[in-house]
Design a protein around this ligand. Structure first.
Ligand code: EPU
Length: 428
């Protein structure tokens, strides 16, 4: 299994081009089903997760070609199923539910089950789709959905759910009448999905706020224009933390600074130097930053997908930080691994108390999910000596060309193989 080998303790300096957002690409790739024809998508990141979503779209019967622009031909649909072998590798396959119901009137989607960060039920996806006329049965580990006619309705989510909002949105665009979604997710990725659907002829208002109004239309067709996926604010946030934690300065190019506002706010509060232009943000520090308290929340709050990375930063900050995770019940799996690098973290319930240390030291560590792995890479960049992050495949799910991008800003990093001695690349 591939690992990531790092030699830490060096300030990173330079620019990193930010890729298209994973969490916008995934719903948009599958949303192409609701508008039969040939779609052109730009800025789709080459990630294991986007490949898995394209495999799913292929299994449904729609071929795709990956290039500078990704082409997907959804003229014909052969199967309305998201099978277990794909869903178990990528939870986001559950996003097939809404588009398949809208396109075929039925959908058979394997239940995703829990994952490393929590239970992650899909009750809200089902309730929202039921509100607009779908019926569900659960059998053999699958959700079997059917609908005769989608009808607009008012629906309020009990909890804010990103993919839940996206699933209902992707079906409601083809409902008869108007659907109003309250307590909807306001994440920029939901807004990008709505922009894509509107480009196909949908009539969606309010995406990017907690109230989305969808005026149903009878059919959609691919936009003649390329839809460019929005930049990945979590990838960018991770590189900004890399600039700060390494006591260097990293500039993220091709970003939307407004989407990074919650992260920028916390970094500034910690004393990091953050600058923004129209399409770039840079962050760095001359020494250790100060501890700050963080609480995750739905957008525009501090993103749970940046919690692990900020925890890595707090491990080397001056003072004690309290980090409260309010979105997922089990998203502190990185903490025990950070301890192996010399961090001091105490967890009680959903709160981690992190006492910053002047120095971490390299070790072999392993994470159970994507963002946890990112936090270990960041901690390894700050640590003295060698760090090996096992199970690199987690990072390949969400960070495009990670080794290349980190190397370009001066990190000493390479891919290795578990069980094989690390190449003796000594660095001056
Ligand atoms: N929830 C329910 N019922 C539901 C749906 C969600 O109780 O039907 C709960 C969840 O258990 C959780 C909370 O609501 O406690 C929020 O979960 P949400 O549904 O928003 O998460 P998601 O849509 O499954 C997306 C991202 C995650 C990101 C979360 C939160 C995608 C493909 N995934 O997941 O991204 O952490 O929103 O912002 O968009 C990642 O990229 O590493 C990642 C995990």
């Amino acid at each position: 299994m591939d690992t990531l080998l790092l030699n830490g303790g060096r300030p990173l300096r330079g620019s990193v081009p930010i890729s298209g957002a994973k969490n916008a690409s995934l719903p948009i790739l599958i949303a192409t089903l609701v508008a039969p024809g040939e779609h052109l998508l730009g800025n789709v990141p080459r990630l294991v997760d986007t490949s898995s979503m394209l495999s799913l779209v292929g299994r449904i019967g729609c071929p795709s070609i990956i290039g500078a622009n990704t082409r997907i031909d959804t003229s014909r649909v052969a199967f309305c199923e998201a099978p277990y072998d794909i869903v178990r590798t990528m939870r986001a396959s559950v996003l097939a539910l809404g588009p398949l119901l809208a396109r075929c009137g039925e959908a058979h989607v394997s239940l995703p089950g829990g994952c490393a960060i929590g239970m992650r039920p899909i009750d809200q996806h089902l309730k929202g789709l039921e509100a607009i006329g779908c019926r569900f049965e659960l059998e053999g580990g699958y959700v079997h959905g059917r609908v005769d006619k989608l009808r607009g309705a008012e629906f309020r989510f009990d909890v804010v759910t990103v993919t839940g909002t996206e699933n209902v949105l992707m079906a409601a665009v083809l409902a008869e009448g108007t659907t109003v979604l309250d307590n909807a997710a306001a994440e920029p990725e939901v807004e990008d999905l709505a922009a894509f659907l509107n480009g196909c002829g949908a009539h969606i208002e309010g995406a990017g706020t907690s109230r989305i109004v969808i005026h149903g239309v009878s059919s959609l067709k691919p936009s003649p224009k390329v839809h460019n996926i929005l930049p990945d604010r979590i990838e960018a946030g991770t590189y900004l933390v890399a600039g700060v934690i390494s006591q260097g300065n990293v500039r993220c190019e091709n970003v939307r600074p407004a989407d990074l506002e919650p992260v920028i706010r916390v970094l500034r509060e910690a004393g990091a130097a953050v600058e923004c232009g129209d399409t770039w943000v840079s962050a760095g520090a001359d020494g250790r930053v100060h501890a700050v308290d963080i609480e995750t929340a739905p957008h525009p709050g501090f993103p749970t997908d940046m919690q692990a990375q900020l925890m890595a930063l707090m491990c080397v900050a001056k003072g004690t930080s309290r980090i409260r995770e309010t979105i997922f019940e089990n998203r502190f799996m990185h903490a025990a691994e950070l301890l192996r690098l010399g961090a001091q973290i105490h967890i009680e319930g959903n709160t981690a108390t992190v006492t910053g240390q002047p120095q971490l030291s390299g070790a072999t560590v392993m994470a159970t999910d994507l963002r946890a792995s990112a936090s270990l890479v960041l901690a390894g960049l700050a640590a003295q000596g060698k760090t090996e992050v096992l199970r690199l495949y987690h990072l390949d799910r969400g960070y495009e060309r990670l080794v290349e991008k980190l190397s370009a800003v001066g990190a000493v990093v390479e891919r290795g193989q578990e069980g094989r001695p690390a190449p003796r690349r000594e660095v001056a």
